[in-house]
Design a binder for this molecule. Structure first.
Ligand code: HEM
Length: 509
């Protein structure tokens, strides 16, 4: 692999051994499996009294944290209840917490958080220009309060169910009040967000089923393919936990955590069993997106639903265009054993799925296998564990008719990883924002290069965005076209990078 190939970095030497032990009762529950959430409160805070807050974390909050073990038990409980035909569910409320680099500084003192991921240390606002995050004419970020000016030290995540009247469950409100009462004056709230599943459960605001394809984790995700130890559900690769949490290599199962300088490769021993979390508030301009599909679909002679599916790489039902190229197949979209079982390598001329489609940009699967040595393996070093939730109201009739958003809605995007540089930022910057990725494509029967263009969902550019759209005439070929997207349909207006420490690290803060 060459570092000069666009879209690829050399796998960084500093990235820890990925075959780390998986200590489920030490790892926060949102990281690897995701807290069960109909509703999620994000409470962004500033530390006002570091010593007092440290005591609260150590003596109280550490005990309240919902662990990976607790989330897994809960999943098994639900599965068993379902099998017994019993859909009664006890309400389950989750709590996790994370800190910005500045917040960690207040907790661990001078030098105690040195050597961490460079983008984490810089903070999301400092990284915005490099990610082409939109800024005002004077270059300032019009972000929600606290996010652009270093006002945030940490975040509380509180998750829970809706009650039988579709209101936030009182147990979740109670837990939020408890956490804030414990923290008292040691913190002040800077900003709050509430995420909530849409009435069309599991679908994001543009209407597409989300949360289908996350990586599996060895030792945690059930292997549903006994013939292949690297596979979870069909099409889901099982990765080492070290892609998402820090830890000891598996070869050292008994090594005590407190040993100085350990685990190897970690700049700070307390990072063990922790993970970096990226938060982005992504406003979605839904009526504008729908109007664009109608207008461009008509101009191209293409069903707007097919155009949307080609921009995402999946139909609204979740059916991948690689499997269902010309029309939606909801029976595939809703079936976890079918809806992720595909690769891209068999489609070098974008007949089924454009290279720029959101899911092909953000996880190109085997597309690189023919281009660079160990291409599939390299792609796996740029995976993220997504755990976001929608926010904001449904589109009103008036908004739909006018094609203009009157209210804010979108995605509270959350993802976990052990390197923000190599995982989230790499996907956003080197793939979604990079018109040249996937490089090395030629038009069928010609040497003319194809420039795939921007990811039409999240790609950000300093100028205009375009996507190569070979309008499908499957299976006979395609008509060349370029999709110009003058206005983005996804607009970030807050972002922050956090570290989610282990329970042990919180107890010994
Ligand atoms: C997959 C929508 C933001 C990375 C998906 C899917 C949808 C979707 C509908 C397909 C369902 C699935 O495979 O789970 C959106 C929307 C976004 C957004 C509407 C913004 C409002 C992002 C961001 C990133 C990202 C910011 C990372 C930079 C991914 C990845 C996948 C995915 C890695 C899975 C691809 C795969 O494994 O096949 N997204 N997404 N998304 N998205 Fe996004």
């Amino acid at each position: 692999m060459s570092a000069s190939v666009p879209g690829f970095s050399a796998v960084i030497a500093s990235k820890i051994d990925r075959s780390v032990q998986l200590r489920r009762s030490e790892i926060q529950g949102d990281v690897l499996i995701g807290l069960q959430k109909d509703v999620e409160f994000f409470i962004f805070f500033r530390i006002e009294d570091a010593d007092a807050f440290k005591r609260v974390v150590r003596d109280h909050l550490a005990d309240l944290v919902t662990t990976t073990e607790a989330v897994r038990s809960r999943e098994l409980q639900i599965a068993a209840a379902k099998e017994a035909g019993d859909l009664e569910r006890l309400p389950f409320v989750g709590f996790n917490l994370g800190f910005t680099h500045q917040g960690l500084g207040a907790l661990v003192g001078e030098g105690g958080a040195d050597g961490m991921d460079p983008s984490f240390m810089a903070g999301a606002a400092a990284r915005a220009a490099d990610l082409n995050d939109p800024a005002g004419q004077d270059g300032t970020l019009a972000w929600k309060p606290g996010f652009a000016d270093g006002g945030i030290d940490g975040v509380f995540l509180l998750t829970g169910p809706l009650d039988c009247k579709d209101a936030v469950h009182p147990l979740l409100v109670e837990k939020r009040d408890d956490v804030l009462a414990l923290a008292g004056g040691s913190i002040s709230i800077v900003h709050e967000e509430t995420g909530r599943v849409r009435p069309e459960r599991g679908h994001e605001h543009f209407g597409f089923r989300d949360g289908i394809s996350n990586p599996g984790v060895r030792g945690l995700t059930p292997n549903q393919n006994p013939a292949d130890g690297d596979q979870g559900a069909p099409g889901q690769d099982l990765l080492w936990p070290g892609e998402f949490v820090f830890g000891y290599p598996v070869q050292d199962p008994e090594k005590p955590f407190t040993e100085p300088g350990d685990p190897p490769g970690l700049p700070q021993a307390w990072m063990r069993d922790g993970s970096y979390m990226v938060f982005r508030r992504l406003k979605q301009l839904v009526p504008e997106f729908d109007a664009f599909l109608d207008e461009r679909g008509e101009a191209l002679g293409l069903d707007p639903a097919l155009l949307g599916a080609r921009m995402v790489g999946r139909w609204k039902s979740g059916a991948p265009v690689m499997i269902a190229p010309l029309q939606d197949e909801p029976a595939i979209g809703g079936a976890p054993l079918l809806n992720n079982d595909f690769e891209f390598g068999s489609d070098p001329h974008q007949r089924r799925c454009p290279y720029a489609a959101h899911i092909r940009k953000t996880y190109p699967r085997d597309d690189l296998a023919r281009l660079i040595p160990n291409g599939e393996g390299v792609v796996q070093t740029h995976r993220i564990m997504r755990a976001g939730i929608p926010f904001g109201p449904e589109v009103t009739e008036a908004e739909a008719e006018s094609g203009t958003s009157a209210a804010e809605r979108g995605l509270l995007f959350v993802c976990y990883q052990t390197s923000i540089v190599e995982q989230f930022e790499f996907i956003q910057k080197d793939w979604s924002n990079a018109p040249g990725f996937l490089f090395d494509q030629t038009r069928p029967g010609s040497d003319e290069a194809v420039e795939p263009g921007h990811d039409p969902i999240i790609g950000q550019a300093s100028g205009a965005r375009e996507m190569d759209e070979p309008v499908p005439n499957y299976p006979f070929g395609s008509r060349r076209s370029t999709l110009a997207m003058p206005n983005p349909f996804v607009v970030p207006d807050a972002a922050a990078y956090f570290f989610m420490p282990s329970i042990f690290a919180l107890r010994t803060a």
